[in-house]
Write a new protein. Structure first.
Length: 216
């Protein structure tokens, strides 16, 4: 299928000129290529562009200037982020983090490959647990595993248990996003109590990159 037909098809539901300009430019400048471009990817692309142009930090930037900022991002950083935006996790929390990471890259933040790798390895529960811990610690509170279970239930995560929370905490520690307060060397699975776990320096930097940016 010709590029014009593909662009026309995926833009059929889009009603803003800015979206059309950006999507066309992404293809024409080969930032996004035609190969294996499915209808689902097209829907994801339109959704991501809509979210990007509404962000406080980007909404006042003209589309042609925005595409220049996208072009300025190093390909080895931009391409895996776009891959995450277009085809990765169906979980909404993870998907939004990919879009936020793209925003960070467009704004010129230094995106270390470890941020990309960490996001690739997160699932929806891990991402939610990390957010809960960050929010509680900001308020000076300690979060228990049972409170995390309640938080996951409120976000409609199916059948969360304290064992699932321990698994998630262990994953976060293994990936360097969290540290365990332990005097016994390498953290053990039995140490996975959120009251004794804190977000690591790397974890805080990662969260800065995948959070919604403020225009202020």
């Amino acid at each position: 299928m010709e590029i014009t037909l593909i662009i026309t098809e995926i833009l059929s539901g889009a009603d803003k000129a800015a979206i059309t300009i950006l999507v066309k430019a992404l293809f024409e400048k080969e930032i996004i290529t035609i190969g294996n471009f499915t209808k689902k990817k097209g829907e994801n692309l339109i959704d991501a562009v809509k979210r990007l142009i509404k962000k406080p930090t980007l909404k006042d930037i003209k589309p042609e200037e925005l595409i220049e900022k996208i072009e300025d991002v190093e390909p080895q950083i931009l391409q895996p982020i776009l891959e995450g935006v277009l085809i990765r996790d169906k979980n909404e929390v993870i998907r939004q983090k990919w879009i936020n990471l793209l925003e960070s890259a467009i704004l010129g933040h230094q995106i270390h490959p470890r941020y990309i790798e960490a996001l690739r390895l997160l699932d929806g529960i891990d991402a939610n647990v990390l957010e809960f811990m960050s929010d509680y610690r900001k308020r000076g509170n300690r979060l228990t595993n049972s409170e995390i279970v309640i938080g996951l239930q409120q976000r409609q995560i199916e059948n969360p248990t304290e064992e699932i929370v321990k698994d998630s905490l262990y994953n976060l520690v293994e990936r360097g996003l969290c540290d365990v307060n332990t005097l016994q060397g390498k953290p053990r699975y039995s140490d996975m109590n959120s009251e004794n776990i804190h977000i690591s320096h790397f974890g805080n930097k990662f969260l800065d990159m995948v959070r919604q940016k403020s225009s202020e």
